[in-house]
Design a protein around this ligand. Sequence first.
Ligand code: ATP
Length: 595
Amino acid sequence: MARRLPAFTGAALKISWQASRRDTAAALGLNLAAGFFTAFGLLATTGVLESLFAAGPTAERVLAALPALAMVAGATALRAGLLAGASWAQERLKPQVERLAEKRLFHLTTQVELTAFDDEEFHNAMQRARDNGVPDSATVVEMTVNVLTGAIGVLATAVTLGLLHPVLLPLLLVTAVPDGWAALRTARMRYLAFRRVSTARRRKYLLSDLMAERLPAAEVRAFTLREFLLGEYDQVAETEQQVELDVARERTGTRVAGSVLGGLALAAVYVALGALLSFGVIALAVAGTAVLAIRTGQTSLTSLVQSVNRLYEAGLYFGDYLAFCELARNRVPSVGGSAAPPGFAEIVADRVTFRYPGSDTPALHEVSVTIRRGEVVALVGENGSGKTTLAKLLAGLYTPDSGTIRWDGTDLAGISGDALREKISVIAQDHTRWPLTARQNVTLGRPVDPVRLAEAVETAGADEVIGRLAHGYDTLLDRRFHQGQDLSGGQWQRIAIARAFYRDAELMIFDEPSSALDARAEHALFERIRQHADGRTVVLITHRLSSVRHADRVYVLESGRVAEEGTHTELMLADGQYAQLYRLQANAYLDRSTA
Ligand SMILES: Nc1ncnc2c1ncn2[C@@H]1O[C@H](COP(=O)(O)OP(=O)(O)OP(=O)(O)O)[C@@H](O)[C@H]1O
């Protein structure tokens, strides 16, 4: 612990300084000044006691004690004022530090490579950093200041006792040991328990979301999942509860032991003081001040030990936060040296292989495709054949394990991801239903250009959708908020398609863009794509083979490899997998129309 504390304190003071220099300086400076007045007040008390215990009439003794008493009162008042100022600065620091820590976390989570989100270890670390690390960053700062305050208080009493008589110093230490031991032991127990249950807790949160969120609510009922989910929840919660109960028992035991030892230590201190007094080592006034100083010192010590304890505990979580930041930083793709090419005449994926983290088999194996400017290239194949994965690689969202993706000879591996993605529109199969207004759902962070917005929305057939919304473009598309509205699956898909057109990118990637569209909307969309989406280059993934008839080239993927390629006519002539699937779909229509 002694090894780790300086690191936590150092990191805490650094983040605190970055959050607010003024409040950090005030919190530390005012506490330091308050410590000085603690020592001053105690020493002045000796003066009061000496005057009171001196020989002579009571009235005279009280009168003689008055100047020292005034000094004690002044020191106490000043100390109180300084402590109030320090505590205000500390209170102000809390939200500022928490905000900074949280922002840093999101700064990283929005930058890390996409595969990090497929990694369990990363997820666990992220959850711990978010749920405990961020709130505890403020606690670490608060406790660091408290530790310094406590230490200053103890130092002030120690100096006072040392000045009164050096022999009194060890007595102060004796009272500190038992409490310190108990507090640190319990903190560590709690942290170890937290780590033991962290996976179970994550699963419990997931189950809580499934039982109490709007989206899965219908399916929970439709599949009568209630008992099943509650059973799963009980299992996980039972594990967590058992660990908590064990910890509660162990902590109580340690605390009781600490209190008993603490009581014994205090009794020993009083016996020692009595002995020193009776052997004439110290005077009565000194013994009186020593009792007061030890009491004051004990209060500072208790607060110091408690703060060290809390600092240690919060520091462990804060350590998790720092470790996660380090982990995430290592997973931020290095920004390539070259800027993205302004455009392309040809995009080539050359023998690209890609494996998801933790997966034994590659999702793509030596896949080569060519996309020329202005072409519509279709990727088809059975479920799990690798179409979406290839699309994500083409979009620069994943980087190949081997092989290259080049824009006119420029390898994308050397290009800044964000600059490249500016030139690409991807409409994912599982596009996000952003809890934003209809307008923001289309423009997605880009400046609003009303003319382009209207065009994109019309092209995607989303104008009817927006026209029917109570507040048009300003309607919030989330039912969980006041005046929020929800859309049907197909209506959402139209909004998502409008996003692609609004982005005005060189390369447009549509992954199953028509799965939820009605026949008319689907026809209109493919007509638009057939007209080469106004000269743009399109990669189209779809299971509706009738829609790929007009593509310039079709790649048929099978188990992560390119099985066939060519135009529709060539592939039909080749009579391979594509021709088989095409006939299967066409026959299904024929059967229905003749039935
Ligand atoms: N995040 C992931 N982590 C691990 N494996 C994944 C991940 N996403 C996809 N896979 C696996 O990679 C393979 C290719 O998946 P992909 O989504 O590219 O297929 P697809 O051809 O788009 O399928 P579909 O037609 O069902 O959309 C599958 O075996 C799938 O299980």
